[in-house]
Write a protein that binds this ligand. Structure first.
Ligand code: SME
Length: 164
């Protein structure tokens, strides 16, 4: 695995373009699920300075906190709650420009103002986890983030079956 993250200057699209191959290098040859998710969360957090970046894993019929970077967070999210639950149920990514206007949003931290959540599917099409990225700025996420983060999700989905 690569041990250094090269953080480039530029707009968000440029940054995703530079980050994605580095994520690929980070996970190459490593089969531990939590080690890989921890490094992916850390890489996204370091690259963009988002308020919170982390994974909630589908286990025990709910979404349970996994590797993350940022302030301490809620540990368990029922499928029917929050932005994370919405992404789980719909199996689609969602951008919430203003979390106060999203019915059922779970406020783990009052500083969080906008967020994006993307589901991660296994080869059977089941949602195995979601990636949740929170910003302390309103309306901080666009299609650029959806595409960039989805490319990272694609890497997870491609390798997930060999992770333990
Ligand atoms: N806001 C999320 C909960 C997780 S925390 O923000 C880290 C939600 O509504 O699902």
């Amino acid at each position: 695995m690569a041990e250094d993250l090269q953080i480039i200057e530029g707009n968000r699209a440029d940054k995703y373009q530079a980050l994605i191959p580095q994520v690929e290098a980070l996970i190459q040859g490593e089969t531990d699920l939590y080690a890989n998710l921890a490094n992916i969360a850390a890489a996204i957090h370091a690259y963009f300075g988002f308020f919170w970046v982390g994974f909630y894993l589908n286990k025990q019929d709910q979404l349970v906190l996994g590797p993350f970077q940022g302030p301490v967070a809620c540990t368990r999210i029922p499928y029917h709650k929050g932005v994370c639950g919405h992404a789980y149920r719909t199996q689609e990514s969602i951008i919430v420009p203003n979390v106060d206007e999203f019915p059922g949003h779970i406020a783990c931290a009052s500083a969080s103002k906008s967020e994006i959540v993307l589901p991660v599917m296994d080869s059977a099409g089941e949602v195995v986890m979601v990636l949740d990225v929170d910003s302390d700025q309103l309306d901080d996420f666009s299609e650029t983030d959806r595409e960039g983060l989805q490319a990272i999700i694609d890497l997870i989905e491609k390798n997930y079956s060999s992770w333990y």
